[in-house]
Design a protein around this ligand. Structure first.
Ligand SMILES: *Cc1c(COP(=O)(O)O)cnc(C)c1O
Length: 450
């Protein structure tokens, strides 16, 4: 091997991305009150804009100019997947809910009454799926530790208080209740001390998953205050730090042009220098999110620190219920150095009726997409339901002793002994969640039922 070859291997090609050209771009953020100020929406009818106002008064809405200008193809609106992913659509409220709010807004109901109506409707949308407020709440010395969830033995979820918003909101978000300003609905930690105390008392925990909202909304110095203490020797049992984020889609500027972008990448390097695995759990739903040059530059920069990017996201009607979309998403991810990790089933909350896909159909889409890519891109587990007993994967439809059944597998369980147990449900073409399924073979209950 010649010397020049060795040099070529040692130093990856420099980025061709022109950071200075975009460094001073400013991007507005729009919330429900500013919907009417979005220039591109002027192409829609007054009726459509009113529908958006109605839905945005119940479900959270927030979108930034980057998403509007770079991710949405406005010639394809309203069918454009990223438009559906960020902008309220009439069908996202059930007709009876929609009609009540629309009528209230048209007749200019007093603000207090409108507010009460909206709260009532939100409460009917199952704001805390899988019993999130009552279960998985960690205790320490007989007291509730706020801002943590501990459901699966090895992994603690941490919700830092300053990371409980996002750069834009997803219309299908299962954590939507956190963003509508209802204090009771929020889960957030005030301090990192509580996290440390809890982890000290739990040597069985190997993974900390920082989540939200989006922790990458935080300034680096705040994120650092939470993560740096975990690098000390007493937390040697923490082997992996995961950061759940959709910043690579909604705000790739976070690691490219933000003032503290370099500092964030330095923090990523420090975590790994301390011997830990760092995984950015990136939320992706569509290959369109991976197209802008700055999105690819952000991925390149994170990969350069040695951190791994793993991709996860739900399968959704009106956005990505199409095997071609998933095959292209996974293939593009692999080419950009991202590892496909989970395909989720849309959870039973919020605008669920608008996005849900029957479990059997979800599995067909998954399988069809898998068949279009090589084994390298077949690493996403799923379709997986994050249900109360655990994460349940639909493995397929088959026939056993003449009975048509759905084969399932518990890939993560609140009881560690349940992990990787296969089980079977009666075939049901319409079921969209675990509670719609019944045990096969005439059995009374599933193994995890009390
Ligand atoms: C998915 C999930 C995890 C992580 O599970 P892995 O299989 O390790 O990715 C941890 N806690 C909760 C509550 C989860 O839903």
């Amino acid at each position: 091997m010649s010397k020049s070859n060795i040099i070529a291997i040692a130093s990856p090609p420099a980025s061709e991305f022109d950071v200075d050209a975009v460094r001073h771009q400013r991007f507005k953020v729009y919330t429900a009150k500013q919907l009417d100020q979005i220039p591109q929406l002027q192409q829609l009818s007054a009726e459509q804009r009113f529908e958006m106002q109605v839905v945005a008064s119940v479900l959270p809405f927030r979108v930034n100019q980057y998403v509007i200008d770079e991710l949405i193809d406005w010639h394809q609106v309203p069918a454009d997947p990223i438009f559906q992913l960020t902008f309220p659509q009439r069908g996202m409220l059930k007709p009876e809910h929609y009609d009540r709010v629309a009528e209230a807004m048209r007749s200019e109901l007093p603000a207090a009454e409108l507010k009460a109506l909206i709260s009532e409707i939100r409460a009917e949308l199952n704001p805390h799926p899988a019993g999130q407020l009552e279960h998985n709440i960690p205790m320490l010395d007989g007291e509730v530790v706020e801002g943590l969830q501990h459901k699966y033995r090895e992994t603690v979820l941490f919700f830092p208080s300053s990371g409980q918003v996002c750069h834009s909101y997803c219309t299908f978000c299962f954590r939507w209740a956190q963003f509508v300003g209802d204090k009771d609905l929020k889960i957030a930690a005030r301090e990192s001390n509580q996290l440390q105390d809890y982890l000290r008392a739990h040597p069985e925990v190997t993974d900390v998953l920082v989540t939200g909202g989006d922790p990458l909304v935080m300034k680096t110095r705040n994120l650092r205050a939470y993560l740096e203490p975990l690098l000390s020797e007493e937390f040697d049992h923490i082997r992996t730090i995961r950061i759940g984020s959709k910043a690579l889609t909604f705000w790739p500027q976070r690691v490219v042009t933000d003032d503290d972008a370099e500092d964030l990448l330095a923090l990523f390097r420090e975590i790994q220098a301390a011997g830990k695995h760092l995984a950015l759990m990136a939320h992706y739903n569509h290959w369109q999110e991976l197209e802008p040059a700055i999105a690819r530059e952000a991925i390149r920069r994170i990969r350069e620190t040695g951190a791994q990017i793993r991709a996860q996201g739900p399968l959704l009607a009106n956005i990505n219920d199409d095997a071609e979309v998933w095959a292209r998403l996974w293939q593009t991810q692999v080419e950009l150095g991202i590892i496909p990790y989970y395909m989720f089933v849309e959870r039973d909350t919020g605008a669920r009726h608008y996005f849900e896909v029957p479990l059997v159909k979800a599995w067909q889409i998954y399988r069809d997409a898998m068949q279009q890519v090589s084994g390298i891109a077949r690493t996403a587990r799923g379709p997986s339901m994050s249900s109360h007993p655990g994460k349940v994967e639909i493995q397929g439809v088959t026939e056993i002793n003449g009975e048509k059944v759905i084969a399932l597998r518990m890939i993560q369980g609140r009881n560690p002994d349940w992990v990787q147990r296969p089980f079977f449900a009666k075939y049901n073409e319409d079921a969209t969640w675990l509670n719609h399924l019944e045990p096969a073979f005439g059995e009374e209950r599933f193994f995890f039922d009390d």
